[in-house]
Design a protein around this ligand. Structure first.
Ligand code: SF4
Length: 443
């Protein structure tokens, strides 16, 4: 990218380092290297540095004699087809760090091979989306937050580390209707751990250290207080004292424009009780009683396109997650990936852009390792190390373009800046080739 004077051009691009997809990043690149990145946080800069990282794999790898050995792309695709054809019950999982185009190809692949496909969302924000089908969900956008917000709540969300520029945009900004900025915005953090996000709190803010796994107790007290005045126990609840509970309720019911960023603390994969259902009921209860304001939610799935999978699946198949195909037809099922792994109800896994061996509990990881694994990813990982076949992919948003949905459900077009090393194909191209070979082979 050179300008008319033959100088390397500066260009504005979105960052795919996390789900905020900041679209105000300036890069200097000649189309071969990225020389400078301006405006990204440390996490974003590290993301751009991934192009030349040591953990990058640039050739397909196949396991032989317990070692991963380099093979060429034709062999890589053939090995993948062999493994897929042997499988009767394949599991496809991941897809939060690939484009929407790749997500659609992946679902089409699952349909073709009668597989079960799920994204990371199903054990994270997808759970809230599921619950919202019966209770409702009041969402908002980052633009609305910047322009209108007077109350920000981080509930189980360590924004400072997971989405580093979120508080810059939401808390420290001056919006169209909020010319006064930070000084009139109240920040409340509800978390069992004093995370680095607590570091930005001012005197008028409220830090609530909640006892672990007691969110439901807090939600129930707040719901009750919404119905019956003065029902807050003076001794407090879940480690939060009575006065702080009253202040919390006052803010929730008095804010003109409040937003709750819902993080992993609430979206726990292991939480089997009704926390999310009751949480949504509480928000609807507050909003139905509010005369002048409202509380909205933004889910903090960290991966840059976790929201995209929900949109792609819902728009094309009418279901946001856990799609199970039998006889090339979508089957109605409540089974998710965790159930499939727990019950060993699969005989091959195709893992794309994620690392379940690192993230899942050991008992589930060991079950995953009992069957062949195909990994498609742009970097080395624990799952890649135990895979039978590793197909490396280009980094979306740097080495290939594609659509992604920001955490507030706004679509952002990602751009190609440079070529991938060894011309590694994109996730979309790999999945398209697998589909093509399966179709040509008459499967
Ligand atoms: S906050 Fe996220 S999207 Fe924005 S620059 Fe940092 S890593 Fe990139």
């Amino acid at each position: 990218m050179f300008n008319n004077e033959g100088e390397v051009e500066m260009k504005r691009v979105p960052c795919s380092g996390c789900s905020l997809l900041c679209d105000d990043i300036i890069i200097r690149s000649d189309g071969i290297f990225i020389d400078e990145v301006i405006g990204a946080c440390i996490k974003g800069k590290e993301h751009f540095d991934q192009v030349s990282a040591k953990n990058r794999i640039t050739n397909p790898l196949f396991k032989e004699d317990n070692n991963l050995k380099k093979i060429d792309w034709n062999q890589g695709y053939n090995k993948a087809i062999e493994l897929i054809k042997k499988a009767k019950n394949p599991l496809l999982y991941g897809f939060s760090t690939v484009s929407c185009e790749a997500q659609l190809k992946a679902i089409q692949l699952a349909e073709k091979i009668n597989g079960h496909i799920d994204s990371n969302s199903s054990i994270c924000q997808g759970k809230l989306i599921e619950k919202s089908k019966s209770v409702g969900l009041t969402l908002t956008t980052i633009g609305e937050v910047i322009n209108k917000v007077d109350l920000i709540i981080l509930w189980g969300a360590n924004a400072a580390e997971s989405i580093p520029r979120l508080l810059n945009k939401a808390l420290f900004s001056r919006g169209k209707f909020r010319m006064t900025g930070r000084e009139i915005k109240t920040l409340i953090i509800i978390d069992p751990v004093q995370t680095s996000s607590f570091g930005v709190m001012g005197v008028r803010d409220l830090s609530l250290i909640i006892e672990p796994n007691k969110d439901i107790d807090l939600i129930r007290v707040l719901k009750e207080e919404c119905c019956t005045a003065n029902s807050i126990p003076s001794e407090g609840v879940a480690g939060i004292d009575g006065d702080d509970l009253k202040r919390l309720l006052l803010h929730l019911t008095g804010a003109e424009y409040g937003v709750i960023f819902v993080g992993q603390g609430l979206l726990k994969p292991t939480d089997d009780n009704d926390t999310l259902q009751e949480f949504l009921e509480l928000i609807e209860m507050i909003n139905s009683r509010q005369k002048k304001g409202r509380i909205s939610l933004i889910m903090m799935g960290g991966h840059y396109n976790m929201t995209g999978f929900d949109h792609v699946a819902l728009a094309n198949y009418g279901q946001n997650g856990s799609l199970n195909f039998v006889n090339n037809q979508l089957e109605d099922t409540k089974t998710n990936t965790i159930d499939k792994i727990k019950n060993e109800d699969f005989d091959l896994s195709i893992i794309v852009g994620t690392d379940p061996i690192s993230h899942l509990p050991a008992n589930l990881s060991s079950k995953l390792m009992k069957h062949p694994i195909i990994v498609i990813d742009n970097k080395k990982s624990a799952t890649g190390d135990v895979a039978d076949l590793f197909l490396p992919s280009a980094i979306t948003g740097i080495e290939c373009g594609g659509l992604a949905y920001r955490l507030d459900h706004i679509p952002i077009e990602l751009q190609k800046i440079i070529n991938s090393p060894n011309n590694i194909p994109s996730d979309e191209e790999i999945l398209t080739e697998l589909l093509k070979r399966l179709t040509d082979g008459g499967s």
